[in-house]
Each structure stands twice: as structure tokens, then as C-alpha cells.
Write a protein that binds this ligand. Structure first.
Ligand SMILES: [Ca+2]
Ligand SMILES: [Ca+2]
Ligand SMILES: [Ca+2]
Ligand SMILES: [Ca+2]
Length: 347
């Protein structure tokens, strides 16, 4: 009976909070978030979660993103699932001027130096975001089967670090904790929890056979705007699933990847600026203005033989010349290029 009383009390407090217009950190994007900022369009290669349990999850998928700025906080729910094997949900927030478009290798040592596992190893590589996206803050969430107080439990951890333009930032971690009814509060004020019961959303594979539409449960965060230095202007988040050692990027990225994109693999070689569309979620702002001359691959103001050469080199595969974003560079894309042949229109 006591168990039922607890559930009833939790339901009542959630209902009261909803009535008062408060977002509850419970792993569910409530109506106050509004519509999804992003919806996943490709299947997951990191396992389709199908168990529906709160304490154990057998796959990772990013089905969608809900985000709102309210009362001095960024509320963010990454809808989907997070496998109980300590794979990582990586969040990079672009919230102010400066920051890192390409991850440096001298950032704060958090999660066994996992942040720097994605950064420049000294050879000029490092995970690179879309053009114009310079990350200022890093949050990483993971869960796995462990013990709390000597009892088996789904344990959750969060690591965080700031990403100064010149590197050498600071960071820390919060956890272990358990979810979804008890959020974890970090020393820096971030609250988070996960609800892993989703069995809908995308299915397994790299194709476009399913979408993440409609999923509202997942990892929910309440992030103080003062912590990420957000005052006004654009506020954007790049989210993706990475391996447990931060060493193998999946195909679950928000904003999404083109249909049929395989797992991206080595984080230091991931370059979102060479992948069509924006691999970030726009919380506030308009993102990048539409390209007035998309078939000008060299950005020299002319659609000409140089661009055709790039297209032909990508023929049959994915690439920047996949203008209609069907996963293949083919005659359809060639047709679009020929139709735009010559000088670009004024932007
Ligand atoms: Ca919530
Ligand atoms: Ca920035
Ligand atoms: Ca699914
Ligand atoms: Ca891109």
C-alpha cells in the first residue's frame, strides 16, 4: 500500500506543478515545452530499445529534442533511450560568443579524460561542428547497471565542463543517482534525470524506415543560463550518442544525419560541417540562413566544372553533392546542378 501512496503523491505533485506552469525534471517533456525542436529521421545503429523498463535499457536512440528557456534556465529533454551500458549522450551548447568550433585537446579532464578523447590529439584533428557553431559548454550523461547503497540499480552520471576559446577549462561530475522520479542536482546547479521506458520512436538500422516523432520521454536537464553564459541571441545544442569511452560516435545525432548514414566512428575525425544540414538543435535563433546557391560546392560564386568534378567524385555515395538528400549522389543531383549552371544569384 505504501508504494501506491508514493505513486499517488508523485502524480499529485506533478499535476500540481503542471497547473502552476512549472517544468518538472522527471524525464518527460511536458506540454510547457511546446512542439519538438527536432525529430529524428533515421534509424539507430546503437540498438532499438524495446524493453520498456525504468531500470534497464537495451538500446540507444535520439528520437527528438524539446527545449525551452524559462525563468533563468534552459530546459532540455532529449527524447529517446540510453542503453544501460554507459554509452554517452554528449551535449555541446553554443550559448555565447567564443568557444570551440573544433574541439581542443586541452580541455578539462572529466570522465576519465573522455572530453579530450574527442578533441585534437596534436595532429590538427578534433571533432568539428557546423560552420558558425562554437561550443561553450559540455554535458555528458550516461547510465548503467550498478549499485546504490549496496542494492542493484540503474545508476546515472553526468559530467560537465566549460569550453573556453583558449582551452584549459574546468569541469566536474554529478552522480551516481537513479531515476526517473528523483532528479540529480549537481554542485553547479544542473538538474537531470532519465526516463528510459520508451519503446516507440526509431527502429534499428541506418535507413529511414521510421521516425522519432511522438516520443516525449528521455533525458531531461535543467541548466542555469548563468552557468552557460547565455544572455541573448542564438542558443543552440549539438547532441549525439557516443560509445562508453567517448571513442565511437553513433548515427544518432540531433539535428539529424542524412538517411542511410552509418555510425560516424572515430570522434576526432567527425566533421559536421561536411555533412549536409545542421547537426545542432536551434533552441533560440534562426540557425544558418538558407544557402542561395547550394550547388556551388566550392563557394566561389559560380556553378561550374570545379563543382561538377566534386559531384562526379562523390557519384553513387553520400556527399556534399547529395542536394536532394536522398543518401546518394546521382542523376537527380546532377540535374539540380545543371539547372543552376553559371553565376550564382545574388544572396
Ligand atoms: Ca519534465
Ligand atoms: Ca559560442
Ligand atoms: Ca525505438
Ligand atoms: Ca552539417
Amino acid at each position: 500500500m505504501r508504494h501506491h501512496t508514493l505513486i499517488a503523491t508523485a502524480a499529485l505533485s506533478a499535476a500540481t506543478a503542471a497547473f502552476a506552469g512549472v517544468i518538472v525534471i522527471d524525464g518527460t517533456a511536458e506540454a510547457l515545452y511546446g512542439t519538438a525542436k527536432e525529430v529524428q529521421t533515421i534509424q539507430t545503429q546503437f540498438g532499438d530499445a524495446n524493453l520498456g523498463q525504468t531500470g534497464y535499457c537495451n538500446g540507444s536512440e535520439l528520437d527528438g529534442a524539446y527545449a525551452v528557456v524559462k525563468d533563468g534556465f534552459l530546459y532540455l529533454t532529449i527524447a529517446g533511450n540510453f542503453e544501460s551500458n554507459y554509452n554517452s549522450l554528449e551535449l555541446f551548447i553554443d550559448s555565447k560568443a567564443g568557444g570551440q568550433n573544433r574541439l581542443r585537446g586541452d580541455n578539462a579532464d572529466v570522465d576519465f579524460n573522455g572530453l579530450n578523447r574527442m578533441g585534437d590529439d596534436g595532429t590538427g584533428n578534433g571533432l568539428t561542428f557546423d560552420e558558425g557553431f562554437a561550443a561553450d559548454y559540455f554535458i555528458s550523461f550516461r547510465c548503467g547497471v550498478g549499485t546504490i547503497g549496496g542494492l542493484p540499480a540503474l545508476v546515472q552520471y553526468m559530467n560537465y565542463a566549460d569550453l573556453p576559446t583558449e582551452g584549459l577549462g574546468t569541469g566536474g561530475f554529478a552522480g551516481p543517482g537513479t531515476g526517473p522520479t528523483i532528479p540529480i542536482v549537481a554542485a553547479n546547479g544542473i538538474e537531470y534525470t532519465v526516463n528510459n521506458v520508451n519503446v516507440a520512436g526509431v527502429s534499428g538500422g541506418p535507413g529511414g524506415a521510421s521516425t522519432g516523432a511522438g516520443v516525449v520521454t528521455g533525458a531531461e536537464f535543467k541548466i542555469p543560463l548563468s552557468l552557460i553564459g547565455y544572455v541573448d541571441g542564438d542558443l543552440r545544442v549539438c547532441a549525439f550518442i557516443n560509445g562508453g569511452g567517448h571513442g565511437f560516435v553513433s548515427n544518432q545525432v540531433l539535428g539529424g544525419l542524412p538517411v542511410d548514414t552509418q555510425n560516424l566512428g572515430e570522434p576526432r575525425n567527425v566533421n559536421f560541417s561536411t555533412i549536409v544540414d545542421e547537426q545542432f538543435i536551434v533552441v533560440i535563433g534562426g540557425g544558418t540562413p538558407p544557402d542561395s546557391c547550394p550547388t556551388d560546392l566550392t563557394d566561389d560564386g559560380f556553378v561550374d566544372g570545379n563543382d561538377l568534378g566534386i559531384l562526379l567524385a562523390q557519384w553513387g555515395g553520400p556527399g556534399t553533392a547529395d542536394f536532394n538528400q536522398d543518401g546518394f549522389v546521382d542523376g537527380n543531383d546532377l540535374g539540380l546542378m545543371l539547372a543552376a549552371w553559371g553565376p550564382c544569384p545574388a544572396p
